[in-house]
Design a protein around this ligand. Structure first.
Ligand code: GUN
Length: 299
């Protein structure tokens, strides 16, 4: 069994981005700039956004954090996004999800200019991804692909079972693993909360992506020998032995599943770190695209 080490792979991706950013600057080009919008005080969102901002610094990017009150009206958020869309220095925009209930998530995502949609959530980005056209790929699925690629894991002809069908992870990774490319060329089964015989389906999988957000859901009896297991879960569970008062748990019962696997991602230290590295890749590409094509600010 080999651990798919998000620390090592994300650091390699970040080192390469850092080097390319130094070269951009040496050529007199602009510094990649990510703007993150954080609404309210959700603890997990605060942690994720702080990590994203810190990672920008690490690779030499500029970052802007726009914080809005939990009770903010939709009009203020719309105005914030329009300002960031029109700011020629900003290359990538992300609005951290989930949003408070008074805000329409779909509307907000659709307002982000597709050229700056480094989360890859805009319908135009999703449509392009489905058709296999160049676009921004959502950061978590992109991070999983980078991980598979780094460890040269064979995907062609394999049966991948994805548990979860969210727009952020399950659905996009199912499409990406199915495309005619590497990593890809899998036969993909997408399972969800209404799937009967989930255990039987998982037992047929060469690759399992657990992305349902239920701590330690995937148990050893659901995994065949030598499977590749990718754990996307990051749930905070109360733990009085930790200073923070919580521990981070994945969707996989790691202790019992790991001995059966050929490869497995740990939590923490797996896919979560890759998500940030992939976001930085998207931001770098957004910046470069602008350099290549010139500014196209109004759709
Ligand atoms: N919330 C959980 N994952 C993500 C992500 O990848 N991007 C954004 N914007 N919000 C998230």
């Amino acid at each position: 069994m080999q651990i798919l080490d998000g620390k090592i792979v994300s650091q390699a991706v970040k080192d390469s981005i850092k080097e390319k950013t130094v070269q951009l600057k040496a050529q007199g080009k602009k510094t990649p700039h990510l703007a993150a919008v954080l609404i309210g005080n959700n603890g997990a969102s605060e942690t994720y956004v702080a990590s994203k901002v810190k990672s920008c610094e690490e690779v030499g990017f500029k970052s802007t954090l726009v914080r809005l009150d939990a009770e903010v009206g939709e009009a203020v958020l719309v105005n914030t996004i329009e300002q960031l869309n029109n700011d020629v220095d900003v290359d990538g925009i992300l609005v951290q999800l989930p949003l408070p209930k008074q805000i329409n998530e779909e509307k907000v995502i659709s307002l982000i200019h597709p050229d700056k949609d480094v989360d890859g959530f805009h319908p135009m980005s999703v449509g392009k991804m489905v058709q296999g056209l160049p676009t921004f790929i959502p950061a978590t699925p992109y991070g999983i692909l980078l991980m598979l690629e780094h460890y040269k894991i064979e995907t062609k002809g394999k049966h991948a079972v994805v548990i979860g069908r969210s727009n952020i992870v399950g659905r996009p990774i199912s499409i990406l693993l199915n495309r005619n490319a590497y990593p890809g060329n899998c036969t993909v089964t997408v399972c969800h909360s209404h799937t009967p015989n989930l255990k039987e389906i998982c037992l047929q999988a060469d690759i399992i992506v657990a992305a349902l957000g239920k701590p330690q859901f995937l148990t050893a009896d659901m995994v065949k020998e030598n499977a590749v297991v990718i754990d996307v879960g990051i749930t905070r569970v109360a733990d009085t032995t930790k200073k923070s008062g919580f521990a981070i748990k994945g969707d996989v019962d790691f202790a019992n599943v790991a001995p059966k696997c050929s490869y497995i991602t740990p939590v923490p230290g797996g896919v979560g770190l890759m998500t940030i590295a992939a976001l930085l890749m998207n931001t770098y590409n957004a910046c470069l695209q602008k350099e290549v094509e010139g500014l196209k600010l109004k759709v």
